[in-house]
Design a binder for this molecule. Structure first.
Ligand code: NAD
Ligand code: ZN
Length: 260
């Protein structure tokens, strides 16, 4: 654990009024959810991207795609947020009690697992959608899941029907070849513009335009800190690089702030 780097991050956070926490798949790795690119366990090492995460894959076999996402949702429901998610959720209150004025902490995540919300974070912007926000493939209205826990063993499953138009309900995630939700991305850009500090946790920084956010923050002269056990494409754009895992580094950072 790189405690010197964590101290440097704590020094900056203690002065900040607005903090953006930008997270990727590595944030959830210690909850037991596979990342996309860390082989050999990664999702893409085991599954075909085009088949499972593209509009063409959906058109080709929506039953296979729906079964896969329901399986992922089932797996996420069996896991819990870890100490790092909880530390992020407690960051604003901790800073408020240290220096007596309100601090705004917004999470901007590429993750679709809702673990930040389950840990108690109140402001979470989803850049790539959510496994828990299915919508109609035809009319885009929010859809409902079939009742009960998803069956993770199925390879094919009928998607539910839209109650408004009878269309198929599709996963509410952003697929390859689809654009990011505009409103969310704009909100994230505004947060980057107005923040004092950005924490970048567990992202490889190769998925654009999400990866523009830490780069923009750096170019705007913001304090940008990375928490990741390995170097990433974002590392070159940071003020401080902390080589640590999320579930270890973040609780330690919170303890440092509490002891100021
Ligand atoms: P990625 O898989 O490309 O990279 C994961 C990063 O996390 C790597 O840099 C790795 O070094 C780091 N990492 C691994 N273990 C870590 C740990 N314990 N603590 C901190 N960092 C750790 O992930 P990405 O950059 O988010 O890729 C983008 C895409 O993956 C996104 O589009 C996202 O929607 C999707 N995704 C989401 C989930 C999820 O919701 N949990 C899971 C897999 C993929
Ligand atoms: Zn519909």
């Amino acid at each position: 654990m790189d405690t010197t780097a964590l101290q440097k991050i704590a020094d900056q956070l203690i002065q900040a009024r607005r903090i953006v926490v930008f997270t990727g798949a590595g944030m959830s790795a210690e909850s037991g959810i596979a990342t996309f690119r860390d082989k050999p366990d990664s999702l893409w090492a085991k599954f075909n991207t085009r088949e499972m995460a593209s509009p063409a894959g959906w058109r080709e076999d929506k039953y296979r795609v729906w079964a896969w996402y329901e399986g992922r949702r089932g797996a996420v429901l069996e896991t819990q947020p870890h100490a790092g998610h909880i530390a992020v959720a407690q960051l604003a209150d901790t800073l408020r009690s240290v220096h007596g004025h309100a601090v705004q902490v917004d999470v901007v995540t590429q993750n679709v697992d809702n673990l930040h919300e389950r840990a108690g974070s109140s402001s979470v912007i989803h850049l790539h959608g959510s496994l828990f926000a299915p919508r109609c493939a035809a009319c885009a209205r929010p859809g409902e899941f079939a009742p009960g826990l998803p069956d993770q063993t199925l390879t094919h499953l009928d998607p539910p029907e839209c109650q408004h138009c009878g269309g198929y309900i599709r996963p509410g995630v952003v697929w390859f070849g689809e654009s990011m939700p505009e409103k969310e991305f704009r909100m994230a850009e505004d947060l980057v513009d107005t923040c004092n500090a950005m924490l970048v946790i567990g992202t490889s920084g190769v998925v654009f335009p999400a990866a523009e956010l830490p780069i923009n923050a750096h170019q705007l002269g913001k304090f940008v800190a990375e928490i990741n056990p390995d170097r990433s494409e974002v590392s070159g754009y940071t003020t401080v690089e902390c080589r640590a895992k999320a579930a270890q580094g973040l609780p330690q950072l919170l303890d440092m702030l509490k002891n100021r």
